[in-house]
Design a protein around this ligand. Structure first.
Ligand code: RB5
Length: 144
């Protein structure tokens, strides 16, 4: 299950992401927003981050105008490793090396074609483990 959240700046891209996930028969839980009306991105980052941190959802995707606000907010939640990605290399690397559990996208920065590729790479890449496990554990230590 993938947790989804966006603000008004990410609303249109999120619609395309949902179409992509539908086409792949991937299940998601949509925490909104559900219109282009102005809203506050932390209100959507929080439920998505909580759903991922609790294990209810394996991964999350958050979209706002830049992706920055969403990533700052989501990373405040213990257990969340949210990565703002604007290219496929970073999306792959953050899964391989950081075990990132939330992908953040900036809809006003990254065009929809590239953004959808980034989503595909993020969702299809597994954590490499090994020496990276120690490093991810050290991130968790910072939360304690
Ligand atoms: C909303 O105007 C915008 O600030 C938001 O989508 C995001 O870019 C914040 O980081």
């Amino acid at each position: 299950m993938i947790a989804l959240g966006c603000d008004h700046g990410g609303y249109n891209l999120m619609r395309e992401i949902k179409s992509l996930l539908d086409g792949k028969n991937l299940e998601y839980r949509d925490f909104g927003t559900f219109s282009e009306d102005s809203c506050d991105y932390p209100d959507y980052a929080k439920p998505v981050a909580d759903a991922v941190a609790s294990g209810e959802c394996a991964r999350g995707i958050l979209v706002c105008g830049t992706g920055i606000g969403m990533s700052i907010a989501a990373n405040k939640v213990r257990g969340i490793r949210a990565a703002l990605c604007g290219d496929c290399f970073s999306a792959e690397a953050t899964r391989l090396h950081n075990d990132a559990n939330i992908l953040c996208l900036g809809a006003r920065v990254t065009g929809p074609g590239l953004a959808l590729k980034i989503v595909e790479v993020f969702l299809s890449t597994e954590f490499e483990g090994g020496r990276h496990t120690r490093r991810v554990e050290k991130i968790a230590e910072l939360e304690r």
